[in-house]
Design a protein around this ligand. Sequence first.
Ligand code: ADP
Ligand code: ZN
Length: 755
Amino acid sequence: MMPEDELPLGPEAVALLPMAARVLLDGAVADLEFDYAIPPALDGVGPGSRVSVPLRNRTMTGTVLIVYPAAEAEVTKLKPLLGLLSERVMIPPALMEFGKWVSGYYCAPLESVMRAMLPEAVREEKHSEKRRLFARLLREPSAEEQAVLTKKAPKQAEVLEALKAAGEPVAAVAFSGAALKALHHKGWIEITDEPVARDPHEGETFVSTKSLALNQAQHEALVTVLEAVRHPREAKPMLLFGVTGSGKTEVYLQAAQRVLEQGRAVLVLVPEISLTPQTVERFKSRFAEMQEQVAVLHSHLSKGERFDEWHKIQRGKARIVIGARSAIFAPLEDIGLIIVDEEHEGSYKQEQPPRYQARDAAVVRARLEGCAILLGSATPSLESWHNAQRGKYALLKLPERADDAQLPLVRVIDMRTEKKRAGKGSPAILSERLRIAIDQRLTRGEQSILFLNRRGFASSVVCQACGHVVKCPHCEVAMTVHQELGRLVCHVCGFQKLAPKKCPECKDPAILLAGYGTERVEETLRKVFPTARIARVDADSMAQKHKLRDTLHAFKTGKLDLLIGTQMIAKGLHFPNVTLVGILNADMGLHIPDFRAGERTFSLLTQVAGRAGRGELMGEVVVQSFTPHHPAIQFARQHDFEGFSEQELEFRRQCGYPPYGHAVLVTVRSERENLADFALKTLHAKLVKVFPAEILLGEPAPSPLVKSHDQYRFQILARARQAKQITGPLMQCLADLKMPKEVIVTVDVDPVNLG
Ligand code: ADP
Ligand code: ZN
């Protein structure tokens, strides 16, 4: 019987029916769902419960998807559930609904969505709460007893004294074990074992901050947000478009505060947390008084920490959850508001199954939860901007910087002329203009940030005699030179090898380290400015746990003059004494074959430029470029998002690219090149037949990254008004088509990375 069917019985009769559960088994490649009877002993089982079940002769674990009343005769045919792995229902109903939507829309197995909803740390039974021994006073000693004890056993007397003074249980580690044992034996105290939360921010103190008086634009935005919180069903999703430094974060904070005052919860999504430490810090500080109700979820948590934070949320103890994209699956209930900061960020897209886009999914979760949703950015994604333009989203604008600071002056330097100056063989890293600008800041005691989106020393090793480029044996990319490591590294798969002394092809010793990365820039800067205090911030130099935090702190407190870094320093950082930002190679992302290349470059330049002049001092930005007249660069120079988006949207509309319609990318991978090519062509031929005319189907072609991790990759892109128009027939085709074992097919709905 289908559980969705209406039962022709009244509620009382239904309550008497035996219950059955549909269980999704863990670890299966495809979704395996089976129905089981719920034995009376397990009547606490609900959707989301983790259970153990029999499957043939084995015991498996799984998650309950639905519970439904069934006729006696039906249930007796089912095997019973074996046990309940958790006392509580783990996934609230609205979240479960959301999970099913993600699975359907993004063509991802429900099992993979369940994995995201119940992270490994929560599923694994070996993790448990961290427990500690506590001592608690059972009986207060009289003055007499205390005096006797002080004489005979001073250590024990001290313990009693301390417990009496504390008036609550005290961690047992504070006292001598022998004294505790003796007191326990005599019946004075009780020793209990209690759960304690591991605090990922242990040892940090957050100074509580007060709300600022909002300016007019902020005030209007807040009023709209609060109205939406009050009447979420009638409200549209909101897009807060505010230039860098316009006080978006202040609006988030005050909106969050009001929602919390109403007793409801707030979910805040930020791009990968290592990129936005200051945003998290600002939330932690504003809500310092309710620290234990703030949960932070991100990829740098230990499994134990993740376990604790997740359970804290699941038990309803956390009222604010801040996290990177996967936090969209947090088991938070009674949500009043979801905030997605820096909504344009590519890192909201998950590149592994389930391949969801957390920003778009957040809009759906908000609808299912019946709560308000606020997306914010200085450079909105064209998807969200387009939705705001056509009235699907409400647009809130903060056109000016909040602290009266001016937007920085942006100069674009033509590096083609600088390159001639640098001469053959040595890369032009610092233009004369940028060198002078840094020098001025050093003299005036002001700070500078230099940005380059590439790690390592040189971007490739090239033989000057034969032109051979050293490539990764597993991927079709040049290997990057990492001088500190003394090795070449593949930035796609991580493969490393020693740098050759001569060309591996023609044996000529004239090998050239071409291009440059952050290591090389650091080396150059140290040569040009020998007395400057310089730090480099990238994934290599910041590998240790607190290194990033410490470096940013040193910079903030004036112990450093110059920061050179990758996108780790591009976002959300706020340093009042920074008056210069240098962008070393603005074109780097422009020439990749991706229709979003211009949008990404515009957004990155604007974000990075926004780091300059955030205090009373005027900021200056120097942009080095080999294509200085490119519109992405010119519009960024003018701080003109609307101008850029207008031009870019026109281009997208003409070509039928998102946000005009949706795209679905199908990639076929195999270690055998011919096989992958052939499999994709077969699929393509079939799709041509079944797709209706309104679907634009591209030709099968090698992916831009044609080989990665030893696998050859071929792809097709399909476009249509609605993703479902494509994914419906596509998934049907894939189910009908027998692909060879050595071939892996992936379907990416609304792809961000085009291969
Ligand atoms: P955004 O998130 O838009 O980049 P922030 O919220 O970081 O902007 O604000 C930029 C700076 O302006 C911060 O130092 C913040 O404290 C300050 N600020 C924000 N709102 C106000 C306000 N209403 N009055 C004064 N300063 C403000
Ligand atoms: Zn590789």
